[in-house]
Design a protein around this ligand. Structure first.
Ligand code: BTN
Length: 252
């Protein structure tokens, strides 16, 4: 098992409990601005949030609930951040356990097609910079019965795979180190490497028929997943062979 210290430039806040670690950063962003980057982790969340306004049920001792507050200045390729966050979770869990995980665009993390981690990114855009909140939830010690009924055949935890308990305290430093390595690549414009890596982790879906939900027009479209394009969009081919690139939405 790899053990790393937190990067020394990172400010760490450990909360006994909170409504949501993303909310904590949002509410305190004025105070946190001169202490960035910051990592906020909670032992439990009373109102954990997922994408598309879903709940992220967050009981004590079961999951990792961590958000990063990052000032991305005027970095280019901000739209690659969701991919970087997903890649970082995959590589962190691979370093710690050796397991091979996959990426379902934009940033669901899967093991054998079941979700083990999810990411919620929220931005506060000011005149001179972008304050970015990257919230990460990883299922650690759940049994199948710990997941809400509708998720029981769709979700999985590290413990269900390895049989071992793990803790956020053990995973957070590795996650932080890996994420900031990728953020450095984002800043230096290594977008090709980011896209190649995201395509490699989502290769299991390449050329497969998927159902794609695009909330802005509340439509589910079936098509063939052709991968991720140079600026992070999902490439979907319809049955007539024409291509649409999506920058929001999710694979159903
Ligand atoms: C999803 O897959 O729908 C995204 C889930 C994100 C959950 C994490 S847990 C830490 C952070 N705080 C939240 O309220 N949500 C994110």
């Amino acid at each position: 098992m790899t053990c790393l210290d937190y990067p020394d430039f990172l400010h760490i806040i450990v909360l006994e409990q909170c409504d949501s670690t993303n909310n904590y950063i949002k509410t305190n962003h004025e105070n946190l601005r001169d202490r960035l980057p910051v990592l906020v982790t909670g032992s439990l969340q009373t109102a954990g949030r997922g994408r598309e306004k879903r709940k992220w049920v967050s009981p004590r001792g079961k999951g990792l609930y961590t958000s990063f507050g990052i000032n991305l200045g005027n970095s280019k390729n901000l739209n690659l951040l969701p991919l970087i966050a997903g890649i970082s979770v995959i590589e962190t869990l691979n370093r710690i356990t050796g397991m091979q995980l996959t990426l379902k665009w934009p940033n669901d993390i899967l093991y054998n097609n079941k979700k083990i981690a999810g990411i919620l990114i929220e931005n506060i855009i000011a005149a001179s910079d972008i304050f970015c909140i990257t919230g990460i939830g990883i299922n650690l010690n759940h049994t199948a019965a710990d997941f809400p009924g509708e998720l029981q055949d769709k979700a999985i935890s590290l413990k269900m795979i390895t049989g071992l308990n793990s803790s956020a305290g053990q995973i957070n430093p590795v996650l932080a180190a890996v994420l900031f390595q990728w953020l450095e690549k984002l800043k230096t414009g290594a977008s090709e490497e980011i896209i190649q890596t995201a395509n490699r982790y989502s290769g299991f879906l390449k050329d497969k028929i998927i159902s794609f939900h695009h909330p802005p027009d509340n439509k589910i479209t079936r098509g063939i997943f052709k991968g991720i394009n140079h600026d992070g969009g999902l490439i979907l081919e319809n049955k007539e062979g024409s291509i649409t690139i999506y920058y929001s939405g999710e694979i159903a």
